[in-house]
Design a protein around this ligand. Sequence first.
Ligand SMILES: [Zn+2]
Length: 244
Amino acid sequence: MARAAAGGHALGASLRRILCISAHPDDNEFTIAGSVARWAREGRDVGFCLVTTGGAGVNEHTPSNEGLIPIREKETRAAAKILGVKDVILLGYADGTLEPTLAMRRDLTRAIRRFRPDIVVCGDPTVRYYGNEYLNHPDHRAVASAALDAVFPSSETNAIFPELLAEGLPAHKVKQVFISGSLQPDVFVDISRTLRLKCRALRAHRSQVGKGEWVDQLLTAWAVRDGKKAGLRHAEAFKRMVLG
Ligand SMILES: [Zn+2]
């Protein structure tokens, strides 16, 4: 609780660049956007790397989903702008059928070596379900798994994916990993001042949340729940890895 008394986890000044890797266009807004907005406000460079197009986000556009994809890209960019995120990397994989393949790991390694983040933020690939109501989406698990493997060992090892060297992308060592959705979080970021932005950013995903009347209530309830664990009013929880 000593950390909570100090007002939640504060990033060191040397941690300038943060890359958030997620499966779907709205994943960051549901989970980590309060921290993202805070880090951006602190003057850090935050980027999003989204693996899928989000083409399976609603059923109205099936079977082709093509009509939905440009809408989701527009919503993604609007949400990123609200949060102060300048770089959005879209990998364009099909929504709903991801596997943590070597091809995906290579694409994520490329994104990491290009962006050269001090911190990578991703989900927890080990969580199969939460409570009694939510089966963790297979895309979330696949991306989280490939992202961690891209951080270590792929990104920091020149001999892995030598084709990336030929693209002018040498090894890059990520210093820390923030894992969201962990069942054993050990770091709590105070989002009291950015919760409102998080809600606004999620409401930008209109194709997913409609008018979003429930958004503020849901995200506030989650922030209060995670805040309680650390003596904060509103927080987001992470498991933090400091890579040696
Ligand atoms: Zn998702």
